[in-house]
Design a protein around this ligand. Structure first.
Ligand SMILES: C=C(O[C@@H]1C=C(C(=O)O)C=C[C@H]1O)C(=O)O
Length: 372
């Protein structure tokens, strides 16, 4: 076959395939709109059966988790489960926004990993609003200005975010969901940065800690300056020729910076867990987690009597954290996560027993395990 013959055969084959894609796209668009129409009908039914004056709750985290899990279970490829679920995540976000976009406050400023977590959980049709501090995210949800909040709670390298746990001690909000995000840190520079003159590196203290070894090797003499957020670090270096920042890709895009070195975190599986907070408890989705807060007297055997009921009733603990209580000098507060929902019998029994030996027990929420 001559070169021109083979090129026209290629064009002909591509033409047929593209015609097929065009035809399918129209069908997919039609089906997506049919789906959106059904979601609108669901909303109408919810509205119709609401009590007078009751605010209708359109967003159902447990149902969304079930939809995504089913899509992943039934997936035959070639798209990966996560990739397909991500598309459906956006589809549900768009369907829901037809009725009322979900309003979400997150720990800002714009460009933080928490914003990334908010978009991963609620999709891009949600209305997100950045807050300067974790306490402000709690307050905004408590005041009913937004429906949900997103706050970081633990990092695989650096441990818990104490501010978030402390806010739960005084807040009546419920945990409605969790998000896990792989965290990649990058060294960012601006167009005025002099590459051989970097003497200062800004970032959030957690991010500086996550890149400690990399910094010791590559910039042992640079001053490490902790600021409120990675996005704040990105903003600061815009006018400083001797400074660089450590932040995520979203911050680099939003502040127009260049990633000089990518994925500089010391642990390759560095990830952060975020919590979704809201006013309402979430019904069981079939694969759930529960978080509780328990205050115990600091006396011998306290930890054992706290943990024993979980073993007795076969409830799997996934995390135990201790914080000094802010009220009594000698009390401690335990934050405990376990598998299961408070509506489940084994969980009810374990909690009843814990209640008997604790000076205080607060159920922070049962919520679907992270799907994506
Ligand atoms: C359609 C519903 O409402 C919302 C939209 C969903 C969807 O698009 O699948 C799922 C749950 C809710 O957040 C529903 O409750 O089924």
């Amino acid at each position: 076959m001559s070169e021109s013959e083979s090129s026209s055969t290629e064009q002909a084959q591509l033409g047929v395939l593209r015609d097929n894609i065009d035809a399918l796209d129209l069908q997919i668009a039609e089906l997506i709109n049919q789906r959106a129409g059904l979601a609108q009908q669901v909303a109408q039914v919810k509205h119709q059966f609401a009590q007078p004056g009751e605010e209708v709750v359109y967003y159902r985290p447990e149902r969304e988790a079930q939809v995504l899990r089913r899509i992943m279970e039934q997936n035959k490829g070639p798209l990966h489960d996560e990739e397909l679920a991500r598309l459906f995540r956006e589809l549900m976000s768009a369907c829901l926004a037809l009725e009322k976009p979900t309003s979400v406050a997150y720990l800002g400023p714009e460009g933080t990993f928490t914003e990334q977590a908010a978009l991963k959980h609620f999709g891009h049709s949600a209305m997100t609003r950045s807050m300067p501090a974790i306490g402000d995210v709690f307050r905004e949800v408590e005041a009913g200005v937004v429906q949900y909040g997103v706050v970081p709670v633990e990092n695989s390298t650096e441990g818990v975010v104490n501010h978030t746990l402390d806010n739960f001690m005084t807040s009546g909000l419920k945990i409605c969901g969790e998000v896990e995000l792989r965290i990649h840190q990058n060294l960012l520079i601006s167009d005025v940065t002099k590459l051989d003159g970097i003497t200062r590196i800004y970032s959030h203290s957690q991010s500086l800690a996550q890149c400690r070894q990399w910094l010791d090797t590559h910039y042992p003499l640079a001053e490490r300056v902790a600021v409120n957020s990675n996005a704040e670090a990105a903003r600061r270096i815009k006018g400083e020729w001797h400074s660089a920042a450590i932040a995520g890709e979203l911050a680099a895009q939003q502040y127009g910076l260049t990633m000089l070195s990518e994925k500089i975190e010391d642990q390759p599986d560095n990830s952060t867990r975020f919590l979704i907070i809201g006013a309402e408890a979430v019904p069981a989705s079939g694969d759930d987690k529960t978080s509780i807060m328990v205050a115990m007297k600091n006396e011998p055997g306290a930890l054992h009597s706290l943990l024993q009921p979980f073993e007795e009733f076969g409830v799997d603990l996934t995390r135990v954290e201790t914080r000094p209580s802010k009220t009594g000098v000698w009390s401690y507060v335990f934050f405990i996560d376990f598998t299961g929902h408070v509506e489940q019998e084994s969980v009810k029994q374990a909690l009843a027993k814990v209640h008997g030996c604790a000076s205080d027990l607060k159920i922070l929420g049962s919520y679907p395990k992270a799907v994506l």
